[in-house]
Design a protein around this ligand. Structure first.
Ligand SMILES: NC(=O)c1ccc[n+]([C@@H]2O[C@H](COP(=O)([O-])OP(=O)(O)OC[C@H]3O[C@@H](n4cnc5c(N)ncnc54)[C@H](O)[C@@H]3O)[C@@H](O)[C@H]2O)c1
Length: 445
């Protein structure tokens, strides 16, 4: 009620965006180039921003009476204009964004050739990289320094230079780099002091993605993590984000198979249908698939993908429906498919009197086509959060993430419909509109 009253009175929390927004991506491979080339194509009127809520989404404001109020999201909250966005980033390969996009082989050559000039101008900065964390890649375009703290300082220097050269008012960073090996949270991640000491002492438990995250967050720059590695999902960086006023979100873009899972599973549960097993397998042939072919890197992805059903189905509360349900996820590297992944799901469900049924889903998807609008929305919404004075974990952005970061002591929400309700209500709150509780007119105050 307090939030509702505050929102009613408020004229909106976020200031209007001024000047240019720089979007920085550590990792400039398939996802990043599809995102950057996509925004350029959209700005030239060559294509539509399909899949992006910030560009196409509408939402309800106020009561369902008389006139239909379903404004676009940028009329609910002040969002950065796509025409005033610039791009930069880091990669272990020197290729400019045109060459990298051609290599990624996601977008058609005819489209890329129309964008060749602006794409070729974007060249990656030297990366913070260590082969021990991504075993299948060999980087040549890599920074050297005496310790990890100096590497973080070098990234901060890059960021300052980028901001000045491109005349940006504000920046956002979104990790689009490869999935790193599995690392569990340890003492070095617990406090800011321990983390900074770890950077000085070259702790093995601080992966390159954490160095970029530290650099951005230390400068108060919003940071999102599109891969399943820990990155900003450790107490030290969450605390730092609160101190420096940086909004953060992670982990792992929710794109193909997990997107389908978080759409389907809430539906089965809503109808009290049981699930005996859910077998998911994927074939993909891009560089991401090659990286995930290594067991240590796959482990990171597997953990991220497995948590989803457990939380949505809550077997401990519904033992008759979900106790002992079997959940398996496989990913196989299969070069002929390139970026066009195939995700199969076999779902063994049960109905009235425990009678069994089966559902098969075969999603012939395009990995980076699904991920690109997520990069855009995370960047645009994190910039909004920053202007609204919000910092630390932005749970309302869980909608876009496979393994959402939740504040300490709270479990993450995976159900996409609950996530959307939270996202929309947060936008209403930021925009100074009344929150919607779906109670209906008979009961509304
Ligand atoms: N649908 C999707 O495509 C999807 C969904 C969820 C998550 N992701 C994750 O997004 C990330 C990017 O996917 P992608 O398909 O673009 O992969 P990609 O292999 O095409 O691109 C990743 C890029 O990161 C670079 N890189 C690796 N380590 C780096 C470092 N330390 N610093 C700078 N650059 C580094 C690599 O050289 C490569 O160019 C992966 O971690 C992937 O798991 C993708």
């Amino acid at each position: 009620m307090a939030a509702k009253r505050a929102a009613k009175k408020s004229k909106g929390l976020a200031s209007k965006p001024k000047g240019k927004l720089g979007i920085l991506t550590p990792g400039m491979g398939a996802v990043a180039t599809t995102f950057i080339a996509g925004v350029m194509a959209i700005n030239k009127g060559l294509a539509n921003p399909v899949g992006s809520l910030t560009q196409m989404g509408r939402m309800r404001i106020g009561k369902r009476t008389n006139s239909k109020k379903l404004p676009k999201m940028d009329q609910v909250v002040p969002l950065q204009d796509l025409k005033k966005v610039v791009f930069g980033g880091w990669d272990i390969f020197k290729d400019n964004m045109y060459e990298a996009a051609v290599h990624a082989d996601v977008l058609e050559p005819a489209l890329l050739s129309k964008l060749k000039a602006p794409l070729s101008k974007i060249k990656p900065m030297k990366a913070v990289f260590d082969k021990n964390y991504v075993k299948k890649l060999n980087g040549t375009h890599v920074k050297k320094a005496k310790n990890k703290m100096d590497l973080a300082k070098a990234v901060m220097a890059d960021i300052k230079k980028f901001k000045k050269t491109n005349n940006c008012d504000r920046l956002v960073m979104v990790w689009c780099g490869s999935t790193e090996i599995y690392i569990e949270e340890a003492a070095v991640h617990k406090t800011i002091a321990a983390f900074e000491k770890g950077l000085e002492k070259n702790s093995k438990l601080i992966a390159p993605s954490m160095i970029y995250a530290y650099a951005a967050i230390k400068m108060g720059i919003p940071y999102a993590n599109g891969a399943p590695n820990l990155s900003c999902d450790v107490p030290a960086l969450v605390e730092l984000a609160k101190q420096t006023g940086a909004p953060i979100a992670g982990k792992d873009f929710k794109t193909g198979q997990t997107l389908m899972k978080t759409i389907l599973a809430p539906g089965f549960k809503a109808r009290a249908l049981g699930i005996e097993g859910w077998f998911s397998t994927n074939i993909l042939g891009n560089r991401d698939g090659e990286v995930l072919d290594d067991p240590d890197n796959f482990k990171t992805k597997e953990v991220s993908k497995l948590g989803v059903l457990e939380q949505i189905l809550e077997p401990e509360l519904y033992p008759e429906l979900y106790k002992d349900f079997y959940h398996k996820v496989r990913i196989n590297y299969y070069p002929p498919r390139g970026d066009n992944k195939e995700g199969w799901d076999n779902i063994d469900i049960k109905g009235w009197l425990d009678y069994p049924m089966q559902i098969k889903v075969d999603f012939l998807c395009r990995d980076s086509i699904l991920a690109a609008p997520i990069v855009l929305d995370l960047a645009i919404f994190l910039d909004l959060a920053k202007r609204a004075g919000m910092s630390g974990i932005q749970e309302w952005l869980s909608f876009y993430l496979k393994s959402p970061q939740a504040p300490e002591g709270r479990y993450p929400i995976h159900d996409i419909f609950k996530q959307l309700a939270k996202l929309e209500n947060t936008l209403r709150y930021i925009g100074g509109h009344e929150l919607i509780n779906h109670l209906g007119q008979d009961y509304e105050e």
